[in-house]
Design a protein around this ligand. Structure first.
Ligand SMILES: C[S@@+](CC[C@H](N)C(=O)[O-])C[C@H]1O[C@@H](n2cnc3c(N)ncnc32)[C@H](O)[C@@H]1O
Length: 298
C-alpha cells in the first residue's frame, strides 16, 4: 500500500482565492491537515463529510509523522494545506523528503502567495518597465532562522528594486535600518499589509523612512508583509509586450511602429551612454528598449 500527500497552497486568506485544483484535491482527500492559525476555516467546506480533519497548528513535525506513516500503510490520500504558496516559507521541503522516504507519492498545488495578494490589494504591478524588473522575496535575518551568507537585507537592498519582506515585521526598526543602509532612499514608497484579504486586513502606505513608525503605530508584528521599492509609486513607461511594434510567435509587428520602437531604443541607448559617462559607475538601470526578445504574454 502507498498513499499520496498533496501539499496544497490555500492562498493568503480569503477562501475564494483557493485554486480550482486545490478545491478538487481537498474534496478528494481522506485526511485534510490544515493550520487553523493560518488558513481560513471555510477552506474546509470543500472536504468530504467523512474526511478526517487534523489541525496542525499545535503539532510539531513529529505530530504529523504518524499520520504520514498511516497514509503509507493504508494507502490514504492526504491534503496538507499551507498558507499562501507552499514554495515559500512553509517548512514543506522537510515534509516532502519525509513523505518520499516513507514511499508516499507527493504532489504540490501552488497557491496565491501573500506578496502577490498584497500587490493586488494596493492595485500595483511590482515590475514596472524601466523602474523595477525584479522582485526580491526575503526576510530579515535573526530569530530562529539564520540567513545564508550573502543574503542580508542590506545586500539585497543595493539593487534598489521591488522587495517583499516576509516574517520580519516584529523587527521593523531593523528592517528600516537595513533598507536604508543598503541604499533605498528614505522617501522610497513602502506598504505594510497585515492579514491581507482577511476580514481584519490592514494596509498602510508609508515610505522606507517611516516604515518602523508605521508598523509600531499599528501594532503589527505577525502575519504582516512589507513591500518596498520605487515601482510602488512609479508610472513607468510603456511595456513593449503589447506595443504594436513588438512581435512574437502569435503576433506580427506593424512596420511603422516597429521602426519607431527601434529609433526610441537607439535614442535611449545614446542618452544612457551619455549619463553613465557623466556619472561613472552607479546604480543606473539596464537598458530595456531595443530588446528583440520574443516575450509573449502569459
Ligand atoms: C510562514 S510565511 C508563509 C508565506 C506563504 N507561504 C506565502 O506564500 O505567502 C508567513 C509570512 O507570510 C506573510 N503572510 C502570509 N499571509 C499573509 C497575509 N494574508 N497578509 C500579510 N502577510 C502574510 C507574512 O510575512 C507572514 O509572516
Amino acid at each position: 500500500m502507498s498513499g499520496t500527500v498533496w501539499f496544497v497552497g490555500a492562498g493568503p486568506g480569503a477562501p475564494d482565492l483557493l485554486t480550482l485544483r486545490a478545491a478538487r484535491v481537498i474534496a478528494a482527500a481522506d485526511v485534510v491537515v490544515w493550520a487553523a492559525s493560518l488558513v481560513h476555516a471555510d477552506v474546509l467546506a470543500h472536504a468530504r463529510p467523512d474526511a478526517e480533519i487534523v489541525d496542525s497548528s499545535r503539532l510539531p513535525m513529529e505530530g504529523v509523522l504518524p499520520l504520514y506513516r498511516r497514509a503509507a500503510a493504508e494507502g490514504l490520500t492526504v491534503a496538507r494545506i499551507h498558507s499562501g504558496d507552499p514554495a515559500l516559507w512553509g517548512a514543506v521541503q522537510e515534509q516532502l523528503d519525509l513523505c518520499r522516504a516513507l514511499g508516499l507519492a507527493v504532489e504540490i498545488v501552488p497557491g496565491v502567495s501573500s506578496f502577490t495578494a498584497v500587490a493586488a490589494r494596493i492595485g500595483r504591478e511590482l515590475t514596472v518597465p524601466e523602474v523595477a524588473q525584479s522582485v526580491i522575496l526575503t526576510r530579515l535575518e535573526g530569530g530562529k532562522t539564520p540567513m545564508p551568507p550573502g543574503e542580508r537585507v542590506r545586500e539585497f537592498a543595493r539593487h534598489g528594486t521591488t522587495m517583499a519582506l516576509f516574517l520580519s515585521a516584529a523587527r521593523s526598526g531593523q528592517v528600516q535600518a537595513e533598507l536604508l543602509a543598503g541604499g533605498y532612499s528614505a522617501d522610497t514608497p513602502a506598504v505594510v499589509a497585515y492579514q491581507a484579504t482577511w476580514p481584519d486586513e490592514l494596509v498602510a502606505h508609508c515610505t522606507v523612512g517611516t516604515l518602523a513608525a508605521t508598523v509600531k503605530e499599528n501594532r503589527l508584528w505577525k502575519h504582516t508583509l512589507i513591500l518596498v521599492g520605487p515601482a510602488l509609486a512609479a508610472a513607468g513607461t510603456r511595456s513593449h509586450l503589447y506595443h504594436p511594434g513588438h512581435f512574437h510567435g502569435h503576433r506580427r509587428a506593424e512596420p511603422a511602429a516597429r521602426a519607431a520602437l527601434r529609433r526610441e531604443g537607439t535614442d535611449r541607448a545614446v542618452s544612457r551612454a551619455g549619463e553613465s559617462n557623466a556619472s561613472g559607475p552607479g546604480r543606473s538601470r539596464p537598458a530595456g528598449p531595443g530588446s528583440e526578445r520574443a516575450d509573449q504574454p502569459t
